[in-house]
Design a protein around this ligand. Structure first.
Ligand code: IVH
Length: 665
């Protein structure tokens, strides 16, 4: 069988090289298609030959199945942060202190200060063995499984001149483009938006499911090597070695000698950083020689051999002219500040986001206020404060609107929520148009059209709801201005093609508030046809894993609206899929019918989510807490002592994963 092992290793090596070409060097040499083919080939060989399993195989990048809260690990060398400076005078002071402290020649390495999540990676014999977050600097979370999914981090190093064991530290980053896509998706689901790529990246790194991490396309830059036998005495030279071993080292890293060179670097990057794909918030200056670093040593908090220079947050002062309100597809109303136009980092700003009523009250905003506008890591500028000394006595306080700006209906707000809604989902135009737009999107019905298409058709009174799409004739569409016959036909064809979109996606496409893609999938499995779902009570809905009160209420409310039921019935007549397809239904069993099962602990054979799905697939119910109604506890490792005690006192049997798998075999 040795040749199989050789074949596996050769494929792993080849795929690692392609990953490096693509993610570190940005110059791929094979097509994505060929890459996927090779990856599949490797994956198949590995499945046939589990004896050659390797956690660092490129197939493991997609995310393994382990699912547990993170282990806390103590850092071998504490993870310190840097002293911050904000002025060039402070940078000069640093330079002079170093000169005085060393009384010898020295070089300063200038680097970009990446604004992400710091990470410490350990490599033993060229293999990634551990990835730990900064935590409190003394100990952090073991996020190795998640970090393995980041393509620019080498799992196995190139060459053979790396130390047997060393650490390398750097930053995990979410690129701007990924961040913007992610927020767009979250806005569609009306989920809370991430304020900046740093929060989005660190949130991603703390995800329990490495598959989600893999899907979010994180990137990395490494900037600090630690260990006993580093290749050279130069920080810069060590980084260049690290680059040869496969790490992503910023091309902006530069050795300087004089203050003039340092300032030239600072000025250049203060502008040029705006063209980078990831966020940066300053420059880091480091003494190059490791011996000199040791001689300078540390203060109680920071190294004396390095310092950060932070870029100015870009700020401007302008006048708040008015506040307007936007209505989204689910009726959510968001306030927007209209500002007197002002230049901010190269663009003219006229609007700023105000988030919700609480934020307006926090700022105590008045019309005509002089407001501070900032473009931090965020995409949309925000108002960070008010110069109240400039406020006139007659300036009116901003009161959140009581009525929908589009249809005049009084707004409502749920208990504990920050957002107001327009409840008139039947005839409020942006809600109607928004719902149709959502219905067309790729992840919903995948119909070839966007907001402009909907605007045209709605204004021409050709459509009023999603069901009307299916009565459209290309001849009617082509009569509209700017619609050629070909595009009209394409639109109608793609509407007709959408009748084969599976049930779960149709549920998502309906645009029920809080029913995103994942929830829609769970609903489709639990209620295999729309009649069952329409008949479900809130109590029945919350029995489904991950469906809470808020979602359940929203679903019940949706189907209690006659106009929604009418739309569903019309869609049904047009042949839209409103039941789970046969092949999925046929995998369902009733082996666990009537059984309520609690999952607790961590497992080896499958993830918790997979076990939850198996329980549902076999007719059982997932329950979150142990009670006298619980039939079994599916217990794994590290099941909490309180749970064990409760199970014992109530006489609920705890079964292992092996026994469970036997039950559903
Ligand atoms: S060096 C002892 N270099 O900024 C020196 N840090 O306040 C350790 N950072 O926690 C850090 N870019 O997360 C270094 N080129 C860079 C950096 C950098 C970003 C972050 C890092 C650190 C913080 C320092």
């Amino acid at each position: 069988m040795d040749h199989i092992k050789q074949q596996i290793e050769a494929l792993r090596e080849e795929l690692n090289k392609h990953n490096h070409d693509y993610y570190v060097l940005s110059s791929p040499t094979i097509s994505d298609f060929e890459f996927d083919k090779k990856l599949k080939e490797l994956s198949e060989l590995e499945t046939l030959h589990p004896e050659y399993f390797d956690a660092n195989s490129p197939t493991q990048r997609v995310g393994s199945d382990i699912n547990k809260s993170f282990r806390q690990v103590k850092h071998r060398y504490p993870m310190l942060s840097l002293g911050n400076t904000y002025t060039e005078a402070e940078v000069t002071d640093f330079y002079n202190r170093v000169q005085k402290g060393l009384n010898d020649e020295f070089e300063i390495v200038c680097e970009l200060k990446y604004d992400g999540t710091s990470i410490s990676l350990t490599y033993v014999n060229g293999e990634l063995t551990q990835a730990i977050t900064r935590g409190d600097g003394v100990q952090g979370d073991d996020v190795t499984a998640n970090v393995r999914t980041i393509r620019s981090i080498p799992l196995r190093l190139h060459g053979n001149d790396y130390p047997a064991e060393f650490e390398i530290r750097g930053e995990i980053l979410m690129p701007w483009s990924v961040f913007e896509d992610l927020n767009k998706e979250r806005a569609e689901q009306e989920e809370a938006l991430f304020a900046n790529p740093r929060n989005a990246g660190s949130g991603t790194l703390k995800q329990q499911d490495p598959k989600i991490v893999a899907s979010r396309k994180l990137d990395s830059y490494l900037y600090y090597m630690l260990g006993e036998n580093l290749p050279t005495d130069g920080h810069y030279e060590n980084l260049m070695k690290a680059k040869e071993w496969g790490f992503k080292i910023s091309d902006a890293t530069k050795k300087c000698k004089t203050l003039d060179e340092i300032f030239a670097y600072v000025h250049y990057w203060d502008i040029e950083r705006k063209n980078l794909p990831v966020a940066t918030d300053g420059i880091v200056l480091k003494v190059n020689s490791l011996t000199q670093q040791r001689n300078l040593g540390y203060t109680s908090k920071f190294p004396r051999w390095a310092i950060a220079f932070k870029f100015q947050a870009e700020k401007a002062v302008t006048t708040l002219e008015s506040v307007s309100y936007q209505v989204g597809r689910t009726g959510a109303v968001t306030p927007v500040a209209n500002l007197k136009a002002v230049k901010l980092s190269g663009t003219t700003v006229k609007r700023a986001s105000l988030y919700n009523e609480d934020y307006i009250n926090l700022l105590d905003l008045h019309i005509n206020d002089q407001v501070y506008v900032e473009k931090g890591g965020e995409i949309i500028p925000k108002i960070t404060g008010v110069d109240t000394t400039k406020r006139g006595i007659f300036d009116e306080k901003v009161e959140f609107t009581k009525n929908c700006p589009e249809c005049g209906t009084p707004l409502v707000k749920d208990d504990g929520e920050a957002i107001y809604y327009c409840p008139n989902d039947i005839s409020c135009p942006p809600q109607i148009k928004g719902r149709i737009e959502h219905f067309l999107t790729r992840k919903a019905m995948n119909i070839a059209g966007g907001s402009e298409t909907v605007e045209h058709l709605y204004n021409a009174r050709l459509i009023h709801n999603i069901a009307d799409l299916y009565t459209l004739k290309w001849q009617d569409v082509s009569r509209l201005e700017r619609w050629a016959e070909k595009s009209a036909r394409n639109l109608v064809d793609s509407i007709h093609a959408s009748v084969s979109v599976p049930y779960a996606r149709v549920l998502y496409a309906l645009g029920i508030r809080y029913v995103g893609e994942t929830v829609a999938k769970k609903l489709a499995l639990a209620f295999p046809n729309i009649d069952a779902l329409m008949a479900a009570s809130a109590e029945e809905l919350v029995q489904v894993d991950e469906i809470g009160d808020r979602i359940a209420q929203s679903i019940v409310r949706y189907f209690s609206e006659i106009s929604n039921v009418e739309v569903v019935n019309k869609l049904r007549e047009f042949g839209i899929q409103f039941e789970l397809s046969e092949d999925i239904v046929s995998q369902r069993t009733e082996k666990l019918k009537g059984l309520s099962i609690v999952i607790s602990g961590t497992f080896e054979k499958h993830s918790r989510d997979e076990y939850k799905a198996m329980i549902e697939q076999n007719g059982g119910k997932n329950s979150g807490s142990i009670s006298s109604k619980t039939n079994y506890i599916l217990g794994g490792d590290n099941m909490g002592p309180a749970k064990l005690e409760k199970a014992e006192s109530l006489g609920v049997p705890v079964i292992s994963e092996e026994v469970f798998l036997e039950m559903i075999k």
